[in-house]
Design a protein around this ligand. Structure first.
Ligand code: 8X3
Length: 250
């Protein structure tokens, strides 16, 4: 049967790669992001394969999130798969030097934003007694590394929310998958280092980093298991990565 997926942070990186793999699998797409022009381009691109609709909002704005999802026409309301992908790191420094605006952006986006989107979608899944929520956590949610306290805390929160959702939603036939990638080559470091492309490039030098489509493959695997199976947690490291901050570079 045709499925509908809502993906946040769909304009780049893991979100965009997931949209691509879902489109190839014939899954209709609700693409969400902040940049309407990019969403328009993606809509045109993916419409060759599946039905696509777009919603432009910032996950940090609860009113906008609720309004956007409420505005979906009836034929788009039955969301089968929610991919909570939107999120970012801002800054990498000792906690005593941390920037409050960066902390707010990470807590508001990675934690509260994920909750706001889920709050709008979960009742639909509960009413239908089916659905699958994929939460993009990080290896940073499993291991706190130096200079990353608040980012790691925000991803630890995602880990807890995934577990909590599983406790509360399993009885409604809803599956929860937590995905924890390590070093994925996206704009992640460019955003973390506030546009310092030299510094961002160095993060991925000397080893073969995970690509966004590798994470999309894992997500595709999780959504295509038999109905009786839930993939609860997937951790992806780059082959050269032994722990979040331990990368064997050549
Ligand atoms: C991104 C992976 O290890 O840079 O969440 O925190 S890491």
């Amino acid at each position: 049967m045709k499925r509908i997926a809502l993906i946040t942070g769909a304009t780049s990186g893991i979100g965009k790669a997931t949209a691509e793999s879902f489109a190839n699998a014939g899954i209709d797409l609700i693409l969400c992001g902040r940049r309407r022009e990019v969403l328009d381009e993606l809509k045109e691109y993916f419409s060759e394969k599946v039905r696509v609709t777009i919603l432009a909002f910032d996950v940090r704005n609860q009113t906008d999130v609720a309004k956007a999802i409420e505005s979906l026409p009836e034929e788009w309301k039955n969301i089968d798969i929610l991919v909570n992908n939107a999120g970012n790191a801002h800054g990498l420094e000792p906690i005593q030097d941390g920037n409050i605006a960066d902390w707010d952006a990470m807590i508001d986006g990675n934690v509260k934003g994920l909750l706001y989107v889920s709050k709008a979608v979960m009742p639909i899944m509960v009413a239908r007694e089916k659905g699958h929520i994929i939460n993009l956590s990080s290896v940073a949610g499993k291991y706190t590394y130096p200079n990353g306290a608040v980012y790691c805390a925000s991803k630890s929160a995602v880990e807890a929310i995934s577990e909590g959702m599983r406790h509360d939603l399993t009885k409604y036939g809803i599956k929860i998958t937590n995905i924890a990638p390590g070093a994925v080559e996206t704009d992640f470091s460019l955003v973390r280092f506030k546009g310092d492309s030299e510094r961002a490039k160095k993060v991925y030098e000397g080893f073969d980093p995970i690509q966004p489509e590798d994470v999309a493959d894992a997500i595709l695997y999780a959504i295509n298991t038999p109905d009786r199976v839930t993939i609860a947690d997937i951790v992806l490291y780059a082959k050269a990565q032994a722990a979040p901050t331990m990368i064997h570079r050549k």
